[in-house]
Design a protein. Structure first.
Length: 151
């Protein structure tokens, strides 16, 4: 068996360490993929083929779309360009109302978004950043002053 030069041993050691790091990064990313919750607005949600994964959708509650007489509760979310129908079996937050920005977390079957959680804004001037950015991109956002107690 031929002796390896110090330079060859160092190169082989660096290669081995690089391979171990690549495997570790790959395993970490595959483990995190199942825990990541992506955010969509109604316009992009219609274009995305989803495989029953947990996602967030945000937008404004469409005026006249809330139906609390049925179980589950039904309402529609809009970003000004598209709407998505949402069904929710839980208790809506006290601050939930038509025309306000919300984020719902749940699953989308291609037609109806089934929410597991509904989050409403906490005061009159706050809008979740994802919704505000989506509305700004579509030219529908009217700048509002932030309240002094906004987080």
């Amino acid at each position: 068996m031929a002796k390896m030069s110090p330079k060859a041993r160092r190169g082989l050691g660096i290669l081995a360490v690089g391979a171990v790091l690549a495997v570790a990064v790959g395993l970490t990313l595959s483990a995190l993929e199942d825990t990541v919750v992506y955010f969509y607005d109604p316009s992009t949600l219609a274009d995305k083929p989803l495989d029953d994964r947990l996602i967030r959708v945000g937008g404004l509650v469409v005026e006249g779309s809330v139906s609390t007489q049925t179980t589950p509760i039904q309402f529609s979310l809009s970003d000004g360009a598209a709407e998505v129908k949402v069904v929710y079996s839980g208790i809506l937050p006290d601050l939930f109302r038509e025309g306000q920005g919300i984020i719902a977390e749940g699953r989308f079957d291609g037609q109806v978004f089934t929410a597991e959680t509904v989050l409403a804004k906490h005061d009159e001037t706050y809008m979740p950043k994802e919704i505000a950015d989506s509305l700004k991109d579509k030219g529908l956002w009217k700048d509002q002053p932030q309240s002094d107690n906004a987080y």
